[in-house]
Write a protein that binds this ligand. Structure first.
Ligand code: LFR
Length: 477
């Protein structure tokens, strides 16, 4: 099989990148050719501050990255889930809303008045997150005007090719796709006032969607697992998915296991586990844990951006003062900092409400966040095992969190299982791998793709430390 060179556009909530990958049966090398910051823009609206994505600028960065990547054999796009753009006459009807905007509360009420949450779960298999597209649409005022609704990666794919599709892994995060048929649920579409002809044709990862007329000639655009988490799970180097859990840790920590068939039991719903669509028809049985968002917003409130995170984490690892393990899943942490209320203040308020002293200083706070994330991840791993009836032997951590050694150590200690850290760029790798297979440079199932990752990317093993079962902190909840 020939070697191919492909470009992966990977758009995250806090940063985006364009990665060039060379892939063949024994080769998987990626190089980041462009990296740019992202984040919700706060713009004044009739009802106060609105959080929206400046996708025109974001896509301009992606296009510049594609030019910088030089000649390639394919392009694939992935991004965070649930958010969408509305189009009319080929133009955006305003910047896409960010899922962290508070407008969704009203949408949740509207939908749950019409359909019982237990019934919704049976239909879509999706965990309850207040920002699932179905709730956003119930709060959307411009849907009737729109000719098209495209999720964020499909929007860029449309811009590149002129073809409107709904890639299936990301479509599964809307709450509008049937977990049993894999097709849109007409009753739920009707409930939010969405017509099938407003949606793009459903396509599976691996489909060649069209061509992008780039500066170096026409290039096929390949649908990948366009939900970033779906791409990340492709590149989790699990040798035996039956005994491994994964944590894809970036802005969010997505914690779960891969299944052949969905689990839509009442117990799974109560634990807020989702059945999102994976590449090759697999099920991503996982739950959203708050993730490094807690850290990045804390740093942002200190006016520090991301620059000093490495140093702060190193100091936090050596910190021997009191550590508070708080509930990272408290919904108060979902919203961005605002003028009067930021993440450190919310954590302090949580502590006071639970009769524990808030962290005394910044290093103590960073350490508490790391310990609390590890606790949140550990609980989710245990739930994934119980709900799926599996006995786990190891946990993989991929994404930026794989670089956070204290986090991986605490997770290993708490679970008494080895944690295998890496690759950091799992999402981009998953994107590149699915393209390479679609273009004929690779063959085989996900295990074959993961084997290539394992052969080309060394993992760091964090063994549970003897006698350490938690962080020595106060566990309250
Ligand atoms: C991770 C992610 C999660 C999704 C959240 C919001 O980047 O895609 O999987 O729940 O962002 O879209």
């Amino acid at each position: 099989a020939p070697t191919v060179t492909v470009a992966a556009v990977d758009l995250g909530a806090s940063s985006g990148r364009v990665v060039r990958g060379r892939v063949g049966p024994d080769e998987l090398v990626i190089e980041t050719v462009a990296r740019f910051v992202n984040g919700p823009s706060e713009i004044p609206g009739p009802a106060g501050r609105e959080l929206r994505w400046d996708t025109p600028s974001l896509f301009d960065h992606a296009l510049a990255g594609l030019r910088a990547a030089g000649p390639v054999d394919g392009v694939g796009v992935d991004s965070w889930a649930v958010d969408y753009g509305l189009l009319r006459g080929g133009e955006l009807l305003g910047w896409p809303w960010c899922y962290r905007d508070a407008r969704t509360a009203a949408g949740v009420e509207t939908v749950h008045r019409a359909v019982d949450p237990a019934e919704l779960y049976r239909r879509s298999g999706l965990q309850f997150l207040p920002f699932n597209t179905v709730y956003q649409l119930a709060a959307e005022t411009r849907l009737a005007e729109a000719e098209r609704l495209l999720l964020v990666p499909d929007l860029l794919t449309w811009q590149l090719t002129g073809r409107a599709v709904s890639e299936r892994t990301n479509a599964s995060t809307t709450g509008l796709l049937s977990v049993s048929t894999g097709d849109w649920d007409d009753d739920l579409l009707a409930l939010v006032g969405l017509r099938r002809d407003q949606l793009g044709e459903l396509v599976d990862p691996g489909t060649v969607v069209g061509e992008h007329a780039g500066p170096h000639g026409a290039v096929p655009v390949v649908a990948v697992g366009s939900h970033d988490t779906a791409s990340a799970v492709v590149a989790v180097p699990m040798r035996d998915p039956g005994v491994a859990a994964y944590v894809s840790c970036g802005t969010w920590g997505l914690v779960g296991v891969e299944l052949e068939t969905p689990v839509v039991t009442e117990a799974a719903r109560a634990a807020n586990f989702t059945n999102e669509g994976g590449v090759d028809g697999r099920t991503r049985f996982l739950t959203n844990v708050m993730g490094t968002w807690l850290l990045s917003e804390t740093l942002r409130s200190w006016g520090q951006g991301g620059a000093d995170l490495g140093e702060l984490l190193a100091r936090a690892a050596a910190y021997d003062g009191p550590v508070v393990v708080f509930d990272v899943q408290d919904p108060r942490f979902l919203a961005p900092n605002d003028g009067s209320d930021d993440q450190p203040a919310r954590i302090a308020a949580w502590c006071l409400e639970h009769d524990v002293a808030p962290p005394a200083d910044r290093i103590g706070l960073v350490r508490s966040i790391v310990a609390s994330l590890a606790e949140g991840f550990a609980r989710a791993v245990e739930q994934a095992a119980t709900l799926s009836g599996r006995t786990l032997e190891r946990v993989h951590v991929v994404g930026g969190g794989a670089q956070n050694a204290p986090l991986c150590d605490l997770l290993a200690d708490r679970l008494g299982l080895p944690v295998l850290a890496g690759p950091v760029e799992a999402t981009a790798l998953g994107n590149v791998l699915v393209q390479a297979r679609a273009l004929g440079a690779l063959s085989g199932d996900l295990e074959a793709l993961r084997d290539l990752v394992a052969r080309t990317h060394p993992l760091r093993e964090h063994r549970p430390r003897a006698g350490v079962t938690q962080d020595g902190g106060v566990v309250v909840s």
